[in-house]
Design a protein around this ligand. Structure first.
Ligand code: ZN
Length: 679
């Protein structure tokens, strides 16, 4: 579990789309994804609504596929990537004695997942032993033992436990206990009283009841169990910190000894848990949110063991649903994908199995993926872009008048210390201790979870491993990690429409250039700016410069809070502040880098568009997007990124450079009277 460390470019975790992708710029993926001037809607004035100008035709031609809840340029890439990975997995799944160990693991994992008849005939047997253990629990002491078993299988009962870099000593990794134990996407789903939230909770309880019934419980008993699950999860939600607060590193950093934790939360047997969970003995741990653990403790104390049993069973059922027979898969889809996200159809099995394999064995699949799609050339070109963007950000910081020399110097030190990881890890993860058994889909998933859980715990007490990647190389995303002070660009994103070696500089700087700029700017957003060049949570700002900074980020927060997502629901400008700051800063420095490359020479227009105009189209081109209303609502609650429309219109309306490029009138909607600018 990473609390803050990963600030990614797109939504990764909320909707279970796990990260895939396609070919690099060298293996041309076909013209569809590239910038196409015919897709501009000439009936719309770019100064009135740039998003509509750039994306309305794409939106009309690209309805959301039935098995998706949103569809955008990222998803196009992801889907092409899934097809490539499918090919890799199908080839590896042939039961051939000549397979390499990597091929055996990814091939047998995939094959087992695809083998529906074995899964159907096993029924719920693979979980029965776990249920018996839960039934046999005798005391609250036993509760801690059972939570260990579940956590080791990747099942998030009661709370989360893992490792993370120490916020104040980024060289070291310490244990970390974090809020958790809830199944809905956010604390607010349990607590909000508006009619939609109330209705969703009712549907959730019905779903939990249905799942218990599918496991053979009589309807009345199942209804009681579902209510208990809801009550216990709600009591955990009451102690949980909201997402806006969780963006503040000081609010999720509370180092304590085991003794402190035991006195904070005396009814949970921490001595049993910490001795048995598989973590190295440790002096201190980060208890992210002490209030949560107090509340959890009250729940542990007051609810009888007989109420915790259905709660634990539910978490076992819920997390394993994808690897159970079809009736469980379908019921799980019905609530978590259809009701919550508005998805109409379950994805074909091959797609689901491709995602699960890539999620559990990402760097094994990734080795094959990279061989097929990513050449050394891709790495060199990206590195050159990164250098250009770093130079632009350095120039930008130097040119700003609100930041004075003392703080500026610190900012330049931090910028110079940013390191980058491009394409794929230097050293591949070693999966040799993970046993993948042909014909045991559920067991493979559980063992993969255990492998990952233990891998995270093994880091405790050791120096941080900078080669450890947060996601598979096929991921269509990029990220900045404030504790490592580094940026990561997986092979998955280094392709059109982000980077196209056949496109002009303007399109590429507006695409991947702005993505690189976005990640670099994260080092200086409201959260990243609290960490220093070494990745430590340390204030390097003078008080007066901090005040200037806060005024400017407040402008961004207010601006985005005025944007509507769906119906009358507005964006949460504080939740999305870091991302919006990064979008605005990223586009600006990418523009500066482009100007530097063009060196005052304006190339002849292409398709009647100047390079300044094309730059903004390069940015808009990656953000065309269709979403269900359900996802739009969920995103407002949980996604730190703004929706595509505002990632485009918010940014361009803050930039005088846009107004100049498109000759907009002073009172045009895409020209903000009080334009915000941090970087
Ligand atoms: Zn970001």
């Amino acid at each position: 579990m990473r609390i803050l460390s990963i600030i990614s470019f797109v939504l990764l975790a909320v909707i279970p789309s796990l990260a895939q992708t396609a070919t690099s710029a060298e293996n041309r993926p076909g013209p569809k994804v590239r910038f196409n001037p015919d897709m501009l809607d000439k009936n719309i004035d770019p100064c009135t609504d740039f998003y509509a100008y750039a994306c309305s035709k794409w939106k009309a031609q690209n309805p959301i596929p039935a098995d998706r809840s949103e569809w955008g340029r990222f998803d196009e890439l992801e889907e092409r990537g899934e097809n490539i990975i499918r090919g890799i997995l199908e080839k590896s799944s042939a039961d051939n004695p000549g397979r390499s160990p990597v091929e055996q693991k990814i091939g047998d994992y995939y094959q087992s997942c695809m083998d529906e008849s074995t899964i159907e005939s096993a029924g719920t047997r693979p979980l029965e032993e776990e249920f018996k253990t839960i039934d046999a629990l005798q005391s609250k002491q036993d509760l801690a033992k059972e939570v260990i078993l579940l956590h080791r299988q990747g099942i998030g009962a009661l709370f989360s436990f893992s490792s993370d870099q120490d916020f104040k000593d980024a060289t070291q990794v310490i244990a970390e206990a974090d809020q958790g134990g809830m199944s809905l996407p956010d604390r607010d789903y349990y607590l909000k009283e508006d009619p939609k939230s109330v209705e969703l909770r009712k549907q959730y309880v019905e779903h939990v009841q249905k799942m218990f019934e599918l496991f053979g419980d009589a309807p009345q008993r199942a209804a009681g169990e579902a209510k208990t699950v809801m009550d216990l999860e709600t009591s955990l939600a009451k102690g949980a910190l909201g997402r806006v607060s969780r963006r503040d590193p000081n609010k999720v950093y509370h180092k304590m000894t085991e003794k402190d934790l035991a006195s904070l939360s005396p009814y949970f047997a921490w001595n049993v848990y910490l001795r048995g969970v598989g973590a190295p003995a440790t002096q201190v741990l980060n208890v992210t949110e002490p209030e949560f653990f107090k509340q959890m403790d009250t729940a542990v104390n007051t609810a009888p063991l007989d109420e915790w049993k259905p709660y634990l069973r539910w978490h076992v059922v819920h997390s394993n649903a994808p690897f159970l027979p079809a009736k469980f898969v379908n019921e799980n889809f019905k609530f978590f994908s259809a009701t919550l996200s508005g998805t109409k159809e379950l994805s074909p099995r091959w797609k689901r199995c491709t995602r699960y394999t890539n999620s559990d064995l990402g760097e094994a699949v990734g080795q094959k993926y990279v061989e097929l799609t990513f050449g050394a050339e891709g790495k060199d070109r990206t590195l050159r872009m990164v250098r250009a963007l770093e130079k632009a950000l350095g120039g930008d910081i130097q040119s700003l008048t609100w930041i004075r020399p003392e703080t500026e110097k610190q900012a330049q030190v931090k910028l110079a210390a940013i390191t980058n990881r491009i394409g794929y890890p230097d050293k591949w993860r070693d999966y040799s201790t993970l046993k993948i058994v042909r014909g045991d889909a559920l067991g493979n998933s559980l063992r993969a979870n255990e492998f990952e859980f233990q891998r995270q715990l093994n880091k405790i007490g050791k120096p941080v491993d900078k080669n450890d990647w947060p996601y598979p190389p096929s991921t269509v995303d990029a990220s900045y990690n404030p504790q490592l002070n580094n940026i990561t660009f997986p092979a998955g994103i280094l392709q059109p429409p982000f980077y196209d070696n056949q496109a002009d500089d303007a399109i590429n700087f507006g695409g991947i250039g702005a993505v690189i700029g976005h990640e670099l700017t994260h080092g200086f957003d409201d959260e990243g700016s609290q960490f220093d060049s070494q990745g430590n949570l340390r204030d390097w700002w003078t008080a007066e410069d901090k005040k200037e900074f806060d005024q400017r980020t407040q402008c961004i927060a207010d601006e985005y809070s005025s944007f509507t997502s769906v119906d009358d629901l507005k964006l949460n400008g504080k939740l999305t502040l870091g991302e919006n700051t990064a979008d605005n800063g990223g586009a600006r420095i990418a523009y500066m880098a482009l100007m530097d490359v063009l060196a005052g020479k304006e190339p002849p227009p292409i398709d009647g568009l100047t390079s300044k105009q094309r730059f903004f189209l390069g940015w808009a081109n990656v953000w065309c997007q269709n979403r269900t209303d359900e996802v739009a609502r969920m995103a407002v609650a949980v996604d730190p990124h703004s929706p595509g429309k505002w990632r485009i219109n918010g940014v361009v309306s803050n930039m005088p450079e846009f107004r100049e490029a498109y000759h907009c009138k002073a009172d045009a909607p895409m020209v903000r009277q009080n334009a915000c600018r941090v970087w």
